[in-house]
Write a protein that binds this ligand. Structure first.
Ligand code: ZN
Length: 100
């Protein structure tokens, strides 16, 4: 069966608030408070194991999301550097917890 992606509307209206509330409006990694609008919902397992089950999703702040060692996040690094969200030594701060 072809993989079906959730429509963007469902994602924003339903899933984001559920994950954000479950994680108490905080980044699960550094515990900084993030607003529903600003939070980043991250797939814990990405790539072939990615799914939109609630257990595979978590709330991250922008910084932790950018610094996650996921090749798909690399595009965000340059933008985050320009904005000053991450320091020039960001490579030392890369983190990873789940091997996918
Ligand atoms: Zn964080």
């Amino acid at each position: 069966m072809p993989k079906k992606r959730l429509p963007t509307e469902t994602w924003y209206k339903n899933i984001r608030p559920i994950i954000w509330k479950r994680d108490k409006g905080k980044c699960v990694r550094c515990s900084v408070e993030v607003s529903l609008k600003e939070c980043h919902i991250d797939h814990i397992r990405s790539g072939v194991f990615a799914n939109n089950k609630l257990s595979n999703l978590r709330t991250l702040c922008y910084k932790c999301h950018v610094l996650r060692a996921d090749i798909k996040h690399r595009g965000m690094v340059q933008r985050a550097l320009k904005k000053g969200v991450i320091p020039p030594n960001w490579r030392e701060l890369i983190w990873e917890d789940v091997k996918s």
